[in-house]
Design a protein around this ligand. Structure first.
Ligand code: GLA
Length: 396
């Protein structure tokens, strides 16, 4: 499947590579997916469960080794930026390097872990995931870079280690204290399956997502995240602070390690209304995720959808990461015939929603939600009917 899609893309991107880097001699062709999270939001840095899946859209890369130590990056999505250059021996974060900070962060992390590279790289990327949409275009670039580097340099890095390296690069090089969900979902993706991951110990299970007579519809709000990264880090510290307060009274490992019932006995120790709501979300969202996976296994899509809706309410009211754009999309979606469930997905503060919609209602769903969104927000949302795909691959 991916290989077939890849053939058309390969011709196009090899032609681009020749234009930018002179020839394609010695170049390989690679792909890593984007991801959508079905449920379990802002639980991955709280030791809870997540339930994401990899997509058939993602990032394509053409890459080859150089004979010197230079690193040269080019993105077809950001042609106006041109080639971004760095040196393998002195990789550092620099705002001027723009999107290339993602692959640079991954390479620096690998070198820091002791992997050896005797020469630089040329890397051309093209992503068909909308940028800043909450479908993890950046984690896709990270996982792709690590996959390419391990292939070209012959490093022994499996997909789980790839995910860990991507997260480390994001935390330490980019400065976003994300959990491991995105990189894990991308590196470990499996066609037609979502990944039920326990972020406390990285144990995981693939669950088939068989939506008979239904589709996964993603709506991209086109609201750019802006201050999202700093607010993301703030949410994470709020959860940590709430946990610290409770730990002054009773030992609790993480918000993902306790039940809702237990939380009710502990919340009084938090002593701050906002922090209490943040922790409440983390605990109950984790419970919802576990229930949702059980519902899916029992083929109870109705319950799965209800849990998705409840997840959104909690992200809106307790975690406060939605905003008028995502709320308009989701609340309009709830009113549509054939919508089984709908919620924001990813970090929030803009980005996308994910909905499960009955086949025969998909067209009217998109039309109605799209019109209502434009009327209220003043600009368009984009809609995608998505399929669940595999992890990173070499396509040639
Ligand atoms: C972003 C982060 C993930 C996760 C989600 C929220 O996508 O990268 O680690 O925390 O937000 O669930």
């Amino acid at each position: 499947m991916a290989a077939q899609r890849g053939n058309r893309m390969k011709d196009k991107l090899f032609a681009e590579f020749t234009k930018v880097f002179g020839s394609t001699e010695g170049a390989g062709f690679f792909f890593a997916p984007g991801r959508v999270n079905l449920i379990g939001e802002h639980t991955d840095y709280n030791g809870g469960h997540v339930f994401p899946c990899a997509l058939t859209i993602g990032t394509y890369g053409v890459a080859r080794k150089r004979s010197d130590k230079k690193l040269r990056f080019y993105s077809v999505n950001f042609e106006q930026i041109g080639i971004i250059e760095a040196d393998l021996d002195s990789i550092k974060y620099d705002k001027e390097q723009n999107w290339a900070n993602y692959p640079l962060g991954v390479l620096k992390t690998c070198l820091g872990l002791g992997y050896k590279a005797d020469c630089g790289l040329e890397l051309l990327l093209f992503g068909n995931i909308p940028n800043s949409s909450g479908l993890s275009s950046s984690a896709s670039v990270e996982v792709l870079t690590c996959f390419i580097a391990k292939t070209l340099y012959g490093w022994d890095i499996d997909n789980i280690l790839n995910a860990k390296i991507g997260q480390k690069a994001e935390n330490e090089f980019i400065g976003v204290n994300c959990g491991i969900m995105d990189q894990f979902a991308i590196a470990m993706g499996k066609k037609d399956h979502a990944i039920f991951l326990d972020t406390a110990d990285l144990s995981y299970e693939y669950a088939p997502v068989v939506l008979e007579g239904m589709k996964l519809v993603v709506a991209c709000s086109n609201k750019k995240r802006g201050l999202g990264d700093s607010k993301y880090n703030e949410r994470r510290s709020q959860c940590e602070e709430a946990l610290r307060r409770v730990n002054g009274h009773e030992k609790v490992e993480s918000w993902g390690s306790i039940s809702g019932e237990k939380f009710e006995t502990l919340r009084k120790y938090i002593n701050d209304e906002v922090l209490e709501r943040r922790a409440k979300h983390a605990v109950y969202e984790n419970e919802r995720t576990v229930k949702a996976v059980a519902a899916l296994k029992a083929n109870d899509i109705k319950l799965f959808g209800e849990l998705m809706n409840a997840s959104h309410v909690s992200l809106r009211d307790d975690y406060e990461v939605t905003g008028i754009e995502l709320d308009t999309l989701v609340e309009t979606s709830w009113k549509q015939e054939g919508c089984v469930g709908s919620r924001m997905t990813g970090a929030g503060f803009g980005g996308c929603t994910v909905s499960i919609v009955k086949d025969e209602c998909v067209d009217s769903f998109i039309k109605n939600v799209s019109e209502a969104y434009l009327a209220k927000i003043g600009y368009k949302a984009d809609f995608y009917v998505l399929s669940i795909g595999d992890g990173p691959e070499r396509l040639d």
